[in-house]
Design a protein around this ligand. Structure first.
Ligand code: UD1
Length: 379
């Protein structure tokens, strides 16, 4: 059988846990050569390196080392360097037959743009999600990426409905489930055996976890300080662990809020955590407050109440079936949600279909079959 050469692209923290199980599943196909490309959008050890070891991922074959910058600059650098890489492979007689991109970060869209213009077909993992909020950079990335991909691997029914509405041909769509949950279910026993809670002096189900990094929550001092006030107030009832994203840390310092937060006795402020420590924390928490898309999904599967600090979500199944409630950045709604959880009146949820730990196998099958049920002719 002819070799099927795939370029698998990761760039930022949430990409790693989606790519890891897919690489493992693709490893079962002897004709697949997977070249792992890290764009370098995230480069800090605790936003990037730690994940490769913990998730059992191979080190990247190629690092594009783009780094941080404005959107146009960052997107442009990935576009330029990824295009160059694809051309080099083609020139060396080892053409890439398909590019695999995941999620909705700038690297996802940029790699897609480079590939499509060189005529390389692209598969998008986590296709079809829409928040319908074009002020979010991720929404732009999702729309552009899906428009250009011919293999759309979808995690929840809303994604299928969105892609149908946008007119994508039926044969491009594949409802395969949520690959990030593969990683969660695989690593949950290991995570629970970590000493994370002891190190942070926490007891199971007697603390909450907070993550905030979206521009809409952290870029304006009044919004961020209002959210912090409610969290600090709640930390009088239950300790709240807050691993702070570098973007948020920079804003806390710029707005003069870092000392205020650090001084609150119930708040446990940490650096960003690795995957296992973070899963150890979330899986045994009483509640989660977050603006992360991934954590909305993870808390749904774990059955942990999740107050989502956003006005909308591209993952509606987490609200309809799961444990997530949208509280926007309204202090009153956040306060009411916290009270409901702490008083024991918060809703329960259940796990959506196909979030079963086997999504990567289904995706690998679609990718290797070329989406048609027959083996791809790689020419
Ligand atoms: C990116 C994604 C977001 C995802 C998030 C997870 C986009 C548009 N956004 O947001 O969807 O939820 O990753 O973390 O792609 N920085 C560091 N070290 C790093 C990387 C970034 O200190 O390794 C700092 C820099 O100051 C940088 C800022 O964080 O300017 C923002 O980084 P960037 O990659 O642009 O976006 P994120 O906010 O991380």
């Amino acid at each position: 059988m002819k070799e099927l050469h795939l370029a698998c692209v990761v760039g930022a923290r949430p990409n790693f846990m989606k790519m890891a199980p897919l690489l493992r599943a693709l490893g079962a196909y002897s004709n697949v050569r997977a070249t792992l490309v890290h764009t370098g959008q995230h480069y800090d050890a605790n936003l990037s390196d730690v994940f490769f070891d913990e998730l059992g991922m191979p080190r990247p074959d190629i690092s594009l080392e783009v780094g941080s910058g404005k959107h146009g600059w960052q997107t442009g650098r990935v576009l330029e360097r990824f295009e160059e890489m694809l051309e080099k492979f083609a020139g060396a007689g080892e053409p890439v037959h398909r590019v695999i991109v995941v999620g909705d970060v700038n690297s996802t869209m940029a790699a897609t743009l480079a590939a499509v213009k060189l005529g390389v077909p692209i598969a998008h993992v986590e296709a079809g999600l829409r928040s319908f909020d074009r002020t979010m950079p991720e929404e732009i990335n999702r729309i552009v990426t899906d428009a250009l991909c011919d293999m759309l691997l979808v995690s929840e029914p809303s994604g299928m409905a969105n892609l149908h509405r946008e007119g994508h041909p039926e044969e491009h769509l594949h409802l395969v489930g949520n690959v990030m949950i593969d990683t969660l279910l695989w690593l949950l026993p290991k995570a629970k055996s970590q000493d994370t809670l002891a190190r942070l002096k926490l007891s199971p189900v007697d603390y909450g976890v907070v993550t905030l990094h979206r521009p809409s929550n952290v870029d304006r001092p009044e919004t961020l300080s209002r959210l912090l006030d409610v969290l600090i107030e709640a930390s009088g009832r239950v300790p709240l662990v807050f691993p702070v994203h570098p973007r948020t840390q920079a804003r806390l310092e710029r707005f003069g809020l870092a000392d205020h937060l650090a001084a609150a006795p119930g708040m446990v402020v940490t650096e960003p955590l690795g995957y296992l420590d973070f899963l150890a924390l979330t899986s045994q928490a009483k509640l989660v407050v977050t603006d992360s898309g991934g954590l909305q999904e993870e808390s749904t599967v774990l059955g942990i109440p999740c107050l989502t600090a956003r006005f909308n979500t591209e993952r509606p199944v987490t609200v309809e079936q799961g444990t997530s409630t949208l509280v926007g950045n309204d202090p009153e709604q956040l306060r009411a949600g916290l009270r409901a959880v702490l008083d024991g009146t918060y809703k329960r949820g259940h796990c959506p279909d196909l979030w079963d730990g086997r999504a990567a196998e289904r995706m690998a099958q679609v990718i290797v079959d070329g989406g048609t049920g027959t083996v791809t002719d790689v020419g």
